[in-house]
Design a protein around this ligand. Structure first.
Ligand code: ADP
Ligand code: MG
Length: 485
């Protein structure tokens, strides 16, 4: 799925590496006990530590460490038993400490991999460079007053995981699939809720371009703080096109930090790129190095839930699904759970179809998530049973499904109440078939003359007369014997 840009000097490809900032799911901050709830009144979740009052000391939150280890394991990554918190020094109005506590030389997680599930059913592996823990900053608000800016420190000190990919991504599409996959893994783990609207997941997007066939990378630009998958993909497209134009016009791309403006669909230079040495990193003297036991890590590993890749493999084997179907179902933890409940002991392919076509379609139209589905997995399974044992035809099943979606009711109850049971009583079907033949002698002759389309027409007539409740196959067989037998 290459993304290529043609120009005078040849074909350009794009090289992308992402630094994803994921907010750790934890009730308290990384180094203080302040709560982390989203949407609280500004500056109501700020302790003296977060406000960097003199003499306050950071105390590490063990839950955050555990979440980082869990995430590292979920990324098939090396867990470093020894890691170090360092001060990254810079001035920012919403960073009262004057430095961010982060990890630099010794991150808690090293190299790993993320598997991308491509739309054609194939997979592609993307390298993870590292994952480290760091504090989030506060938020500057420039839109509250014409003259003044305000600062909300509720976020200050919240634990982030920065997940750095290798420059392995080659298209906006791959970048989108990568972020969604990361989010999916973290949601399975419960280590980050992945809520991009609330800023729980943001990405710095590093982009460079090179002519096809070149082995070295060219200079990259870093687009800061992009907060939706769609914007990440757009920003890459826009930035890659800009860089090709720069190289084509004989100039050089400079290493810098840029900002994506979705309204104007452009990236703008924010500042020249700062280098690691500019930040004067040094180990935080208030914090000991973080030294973990292997048994601690092993215990966490033993308690990990089944993750999407393993679940996908299992769905392919257990339910005989295609790689594509399995990939779609496991992408979202709740969907996978729903599917398993509805498919257990039933025809899995049928369950996939009803779930991905009918239910997804209805949920989409209603703007609802699977967790808000008016049809429960048990009820969908019940509908499949009623189809399988011939109680209803698939035509009627669609109507029952509609009714279930509107009312959340049990399919059996709906069928009973509305008298939708399929007519399997041959006498009743015979009567309907005979009535149809008698009132349509011309079409009957056509069937006798070997016109098979006319048979289909008769089936339609009988189905109409029985409000769709006759078994179409039985109708067809009966017509054959009556007219041609
Ligand atoms: P820094 O620490 O200065 O931000 P890193 O080397 O850690 O730089 O890389 C940061 C991100 O940039 C990583 O995700 C990496 O994959 C990506 N990256 C590095 N070089 C390139 C390049 N030439 N083109 C695109 N992405 C790159
Ligand atoms: Mg960086």
């Amino acid at each position: 799925m290459a993304y290529l840009i043609e120009s005078d000097s040849g074909t350009w490809e794009v090289v992308i590496g992402l630094e994803v900032h994921a907010q750790v799911s934890s009730r308290a901050k990384l180094f203080s006990g302040s709560p982390t709830d989203f949407g609280a009144k500004p500056n109501t979740q700020v302790s003296l530590v977060d406000a960097a009052m003199p003499g306050m000391l950071p105390v590490i939150n063990e839950i955050c460490v555990e979440q980082a280890v869990r995430t590292g394991l979920g990324l098939n990554a090396q867990i470093n038993l020894h890691s170090v918190f360092e001060r990254k020094n810079y001035f920012y109005a919403d960073l009262p400490q004057g430095y961010q506590i982060s990890q630099y030389q010794y991150p808690i997680v090293g190299e790993g991999t993320v598997v991308l599930d491509m739309p054609d059913g194939t997979t592609r592996e993307i390298g993870i460079e590292r994952l480290h823990m760091e504090q989030d900053a506060g938020k500057s608000m420039h839109d509250q007053d014409p003259k003044r800016s305000f600062i909300d420190l509720n976020r200050a000190g919240v634990c982030l995981m920065e997940i750095v990919s290798k420059p392995d991504l080659r298209s906006p599409e791959e970048a989108g699939i990568y972020v969604r996959k990361l989010r999916s893994i973290m949601r399975y783990l419960g280590s980050c809720d992945g809520n991009m609207e609330q800023g729980s997941l943001r990405a710095d997007v590093n982009v460079s371009v090179r002519l096809q066939g070149e082995t070295d990378f060219r200079t990259r630009a870093e687009i800061k703080n992009v907060n939706s998958v769609r914007f990440i993909m757009q920003a890459i497209e826009v930035e890659a096109t800009r860089q090709v134009d720069v190289w084509e016009s004989g100039d050089e791309v400079v290493q810098e930090t840029r900002l994506f403006d979705p309204n104007r669909s452009e990236t703008r230079s924010m500042r020249a790129k700062e280098f690691a040495h500019d930040y004067r990193y040094f180990p935080d003297p208030d914090l000991l190095p973080l030294d973990l036991d292997q048994t601690y890590v092993d215990d966490i590993a033993a308690k990990l839930p089944e993750l999407p890749d393993a679940k996908k493999d299992r769905f392919i084997v257990d339910y005989g699904l295609s790689a594509y179907d399995a990939g779609v179902l496991v992408a979202d933890k709740e969907t996978a759970l729903f599917f398993e409940e509805a498919a257990e002991g039933r025809n899995a392919k049928l369950a996939v179809n009803w779930l991905t076509t009918n239910l997804f379609g209805a949920l989409n139209a209603a703007g609802k998530e699977i967790t808000e589905s008016p049809i429960s997995a048990t009820h969908l399974g019940g509908l499949l049973d009623l189809l399988a044992d011939g109680t209803i035809s698939s035509r009627i099943a669609k109507d029952v499904f509609e009714e279930m979606f509107q009312t959340s009711r049990d399919p059996a109850a709906i069928i009973e109440e509305k008298g939708l049971k399929q007519i399997t009583d041959t006498g009743a079907i015979e009567a309907a078939v005979d009535a149809a033949i008698i009132s349509n002698p011309e079409q009957a002759d056509q069937v006798r003359d070997g016109n098979d389309k006319a048979i289909g027409w008769f089936v339609g007539q009988v189905m109409k007369a029985t409000q769709g409740k006759a078994n179409p196959q039985a109708v067809n067989e009966l017509l054959q014997t009556r007219l041609k037998g």
